[in-house]
Design a protein. Structure first.
Length: 500
């Protein structure tokens, strides 16, 4: 009997991870990637001696990455070099206050005692709260397929039952941080973690308070050579295990007959049959563009037009001719009006007037990422998903100037005149480069209980044999969760289609 054939649309981390798990089970796997290179949103731009990662900028929960290599018989340590970051991040406020957060708790506590001594005990209580949330929810929501309440009920144990009152709360991340901390600095710092899934701390569920715990418990890591090395290494292992990867191969349609996915039709008209199809394309894009002949009950065109996407981003890639010693590897320059910033993004659908600015300078850790004496700056502010109120082509230059001026005022004196290379990524460019629905980085927002826990399921309800993988489906965005989605999706295929 010949091996069953699985086609994966997209060579993002989720698709690559799924391919390794499927190949290990004996499936014949073929990946079709529309872009010239693998990686999806974890991509890279190289120019004039500067190298910029364009997607996720840190690794946490490294054991999940390690397991992804191991399932294919490869060792992480032989493929990649992980470097711990210290500090994890440098935070700055408009009044000049600064705090370095380290994975070394003693260093972080010393910083807290300097900036917010009254909240030292609250910090430990908050981490304990996050640890409880993680212990209760991870086995159910992260490491398994979450299909419906019946599926959840079968996995309930005493630990999760005890946490249900806190999980089912209507309180937000901001509500919880206000209960724990009196310092406005720490409230804003821990509210920021809601942006890890593209959401507002003033609307997303308090359950996401587990994210800081995960970062402290499992560490924050950089990959020597840039995080794009993860995509390169996974693709290399996949090819070694017999996975076929086609780049510059856009898919035009998932072909569904008699309620079952039968394969895909390429943009050039060729039909490729398959026993199962995994879409690592944006899940909302898949529903809206790749399933034209299917009655989409949950994701009709009308609902796709109304659904709230996550935030997008406005990104400047700046190569400088001099060092900026005030920077750490990761840096946050907070806005003076955090509630107003998120109201701009999600309510007024306008670029924030006073944005928080994230600056990643991997050259501070890895000199290979910039020419000698220079820095590679990945500068990002959260922005609304694409809407009809304005065109980013018309406003990007002015917004860029405002951001650079803000950074200079915050201490990066002379930044503008030191820039020798520049590129920018707008929500509009995200939409075209990655087929991201309205340019959203994380698919759906998590600004409601429904969206937080009921993302498009891994098993598509509209067609048997069709599955989703990646940040737009369960369990969510970020490197470890996307890798887990690949594992869960592969297990679903094996259970439904049968071992190859």
């Amino acid at each position: 009997m010949s091996a069953r054939r699985v086609i994966i649309i997209g060579a993002g981390l989720g698709g690559l991870a799924a391919s390794l798990h499927l190949a290990a089970r004996g499936f014949q796997v073929e990946i079709l990637e529309k872009n010239p290179a693998v990686g999806g949103k974890l991509n890279r731009i190289v120019a004039d001696g500067f190298s910029f990662d364009t997607g996720p900028s840190l690794v946490t929960m490294p054991d999940i990455l390690r397991e992804t290599f191991a399932v294919a018989g490869a060792r992480l340590e032989e493929r990649l070099t992980l470097q711990p970051l210290d500090p994890i991040c440098r935070y700055r406020w408009p009044d000049g206050a600064q705090l370095d957060v380290s994975s070394d708790l003693s260093k972080t506590i010393a910083e807290l005692r300097r900036l917010a001594p009254q909240d030292e005990a609250a910090f430990f209580r908050f981490l304990s709260y996050g640890a409880d949330l993680y212990a209760a929810t991870a086995p159910v929501f992260l490491f398994n397929d979450f299909r419906d309440w019946r599926n959840l009920w079968r996995r309930l144990d005493g630990r999760l039952l005890r946490q249900l009152p806190r999980l089912a709360t209507l309180k937000t991340v901001a509500d919880r941080t206000a209960e724990f901390f009196s310092s406005p600095y720490l409230r804003q710092l821990f509210n920021r973690y809601a942006t890890y899934n593209g959401s507002s701390p003033y609307r997303s569920q308090a359950t996401f308070c587990l994210i800081p715990y995960v970062e402290f418990a499992f560490g924050a890591w950089y990959v020597a050579g840039g995080l794009y090395r993860i995509a390169e290494a996974l693709a290399q292992v996949a090819r070694e295990r017999g996975v076929t990867i086609h780049t510059d191969a856009p898919v035009a349609e998932i072909v569904v007959e008699a309620g079952r996915a039968r394969g895909v039709r390429l943009a050039d008209g060729d039909f490729l049959p398959a026993d199962a199809v995994l879409s690592n394309a944006d899940s909302l894009y898949t529903y809206g563009r790749l399933l034209p002949s299917v009655r989409r009950r949950a994701y009709s065109d009308d609902r796709l037009a109304r659904i709230e996407p996550s935030c997008s981003g406005f990104i400047l890639l700046l190569g400088t001719a001099r060092k900026l010693d005030a920077l750490a590897h990761h840096n946050i320059f907070f806005s003076s009006d955090y509630p107003g910033e998120f109201a701009d993004i999600f309510d007024r659908l306008t670029p924030p007037a006073d944005p928080t600015i994230y600056v990643c300078a991997t050259s501070r850790t890895d000199p290979t990422q910039a020419p000698p004496g220079g820095e590679n700056l990945f500068v990002m502010v959260n922005a609304p998903a694409v809407c009809n109120a304005y065109d980013w082509d018309d406003i990007a230059a002015d917004y860029r100037n405002r951001i650079v001026a803000r950074l200079e005022a915050a201490g990066l004196t002379g930044l503008a005149r030191s820039i020798v290379f520049e590129d920018r990524l707008t929500p509009k460019r995200f939409a075209t480069w990655f087929n991201a629905h309205r340019g959203a980085i994380y698919g759906l927002s998590s600004n409601s209980l429904r969206n937080a826990f009921w993302r498009p399921p891994i098993r598509a309800r509209e067609a048997r044999g069709l599955y989703f993988v990646g940040g737009g489906t369960h369990p969510g965005g970020g490197i470890p969760l996307v890798l887990l989605s690949g594992k869960i999706a592969a297990a679903a295929v094996a259970a439904d289609v049968g071992q190859a």
